[in-house]
Design a protein around this ligand. Structure first.
Ligand code: GAR
Length: 187
């Protein structure tokens, strides 16, 4: 059995899709959802699908072994960041070399980096008058949105698109591709 831990900071619609995609699998499962935000929608989404949700704080993440201990205890093979906004500490990256991936809602290397998340990304893309945007799934290294790219998919931006409508298009791309890319990395 391959075990996945999903880290998310917010609503968690991607986390939900990933959990559902592997729900009936006998070889892959999402064991745990971890979040830095005790109000995150992802907590209820996980629990309603019978996946444990664990809330942690800055100290747990950056100055203790608490998260590492949980990941070890659950025999986690792959860490998936799905709308997770904190920089992953180097100690965790070293222990999970090439086993931490992130999804970014734009075509990296453009529109990435610290502070570029969610709606802010879509606002910047629309503001710049880009003809296309998309999603990037990449390995995580110690710099925000900088690790090796695994997969990208594009979407056209129409004249009447807004940051909100672009966010919806991007979410649909994410739901379609993220679980399959995760599966392909595991095997
Ligand atoms: C997703 O669009 C994801 O790509 C983005 O946050 C959203 C989370 O939505 N991640 C980033 O911006 C990371 N820099 P969700 O909580 O509904 O899955």
């Amino acid at each position: 059995m391959k075990n996945i831990a999903v880290f998310a900071s917010g609503n968690g619609t991607n986390a939900e899709r990933i959990i559902k995609y592997f729900e009936k699998s006998s070889i892959v499962q999402v064991n745990i959802v971890l979040t830095n935000n005790s109000n995150a929608g992802v907590i209820k989404r996980a629990q309603s699908l019978f996946v444990d949700a664990h809330v942690f704080n800055r100290n747990d993440f950056y100055n203790s072994d608490k998260i590492l201990d949980i990941l070890k205890q659950k025999n986690i093979d792959l860490i998936v960041l799905a709308g997770f906004l904190w920089l992953v500490p180097e100690s965790l990256i070293e222990k999970y070399q090439n086993r931490i991936i992130n999804i970014h809602p734009a075509l990296l290397p453009d529109y990435g980096g610290k502070g570029m998340y969610g709606q802010r990304v879509h606002e910047a893309v629309i503001e710049a008058g880009e003809p296309k945007s998309g999603i990037t799934i990449h390995y995580v290294n110690k710099i925000y949105d900088n690790g090796q790219i695994i997969f990208q998919a594009k979407v056209n931006i129409e004249k009447n698109d807004t940051p909100q409508s672009l966010a919806e298009k991007i979410h649909l791309l994410e739901y379609k591709h993220f679980p399959e890319v995760i599966e392909s990395i595991l095997f």
